[in-house]
Design a protein around this ligand. Structure first.
Ligand code: AMP
Ligand code: MG
Ligand code: MG
Length: 309
């Protein structure tokens, strides 16, 4: 190959290493013991030291190497110098050696938007439900989610005897999704995954309307998408505002790479350009297969209760 790899490949190669470093930070803060919990908008919207340090690490590391990229992180942090030991300079060699899909090979830094959820599933992190936690880095171009990295810092934390803790997955449209074993949920069962801590009557009504054989209530948007691509659930149904663009940008790419879909509850796609509203006001419907079936079962009462974007 001649010349330097395409900007998008270099960005994903950096995001991969940066997500690993963020995962490390998330583990270290837990190990240290004091999580430094702050309530953002009440007890159901928390921030910990891990959220703050991981976001600083991710955003500062990426913006040093790619100064013209728009990077949007979940946490509202003071504009202060980031400590040098939070900076990650590495890039995944494996990703750098891939061939960038032709349609993305000429993208420029200023055309890319990065959505960062430094800790998805913070509430579960504070409650010790550690495998619910992910670090999400999503990359968008022209309003579409095109690449993403997911780190799961505590993957395997309950496995005995002890094995390597944590894993990193990545995906790019036109290239594929890597770092996990794709598996479909059983064809003859509707297994619905949904929130465990942000439920209400409309959320429950919508889940029940799917006539599920089983309902799994777990934390984290990233975690629920992992359940879909690893065959543990057939649909992620959340008929409520609450998730934001940084929750869905990276996860959506994984689903799209393996033939799945993520939309709002009206079956409309979300947009990811820098100016969009952060809130996913019309909820989330995500599936690996049979998206139309699940979309068709959303009751009118639920559609009326939620506003489309
Ligand atoms: P959950 O499925 O409840 O774990 O939510 C997935 C993601 O969306 C997490 O990042 C949550 O913090 C966020 N989220 C969902 N609902 C709400 C809400 N009502 N208020 C604040 N954040 C929410
Ligand atoms: Mg989140
Ligand atoms: Mg978060």
């Amino acid at each position: 190959m001649s010349g330097s790899p395409a900007v998008l490949l270099r960005l994903v190669a950096s995001a991969y290493q940066v997500a690993e470093k963020a995962g490390d930070i998330v583990r270290k803060v837990l190990h240290r013991g004091d999580l430094g919990i702050v309530e953002k908008e009440g007890a159901h919207d928390l921030q910990t030291l891990a959220d703050r340090l991981a976001q600083q690490s991710i955003c500062a590391s990426l913006s040093r190497r790619f100064p013209k990229i728009t990077i949007i992180g979940e946490e509202d942090l003071p504009d202060e110098e980031v400590k040098e030991d939070l900076i990650e300079n590495g890039q995944s060699e494996e990703i750098l050696h891939k061939i960038c899909p032709a349609e993305y090979s000429g993208l420029k830094e200023e055309e890319l938007v990065v959505w960062v959820d430094p800790v998805d599933g913070t509430k579960e992190y504070t409650e010790g439900l550690l495998d619910n936690v992910t670090v999400l880095i999503g990359i968008a171009y022209a309003g579409r989610a095109i690449a993403g990295v997911i780190n799961q810092p505590f993957y395997n934390y309950q496995v005995e005897p002890r094995v390597h803790l944590g894993r990193t997955m990545w995906a790019m449209l036109g290239l594929g999704a890597f770092g996990f074993q794709l598996k479909e949920a059983p064809n003859d069962k509707r297994i619905v995954t949904t929130t465990r801590s942000h439920s209400n009557k409309i959320v429950t009504d919508c889940v029940n309307a799917m006539e599920p054989h089983e309902v799994i209530r777990v934390g984290g948007a990233g975690n629920k998408i992992i359940q879909l691509i690893e065959g543990k659930a057939s649909a992620y149904v959340f008929a409520s505002p609450g998730t934001k663009k940084w929750d869905t940008c990276a996860p959506e790419v994984f689903l799209h790479c393996v033939g799945g879909k993520l939309t709002d509850i009206y079956n409309n796609p979300y947009q990811y350009d820098a100016n969009v509203k952060r809130m996913n006001s019309a909820g989330v419907l995500a599936t690996l297969r049979n998206h139309e079936y699940y979309a068709s079962r959303v009751p009118q009462s639920v559609l009326q209760a939620l506003k489309s974007d």
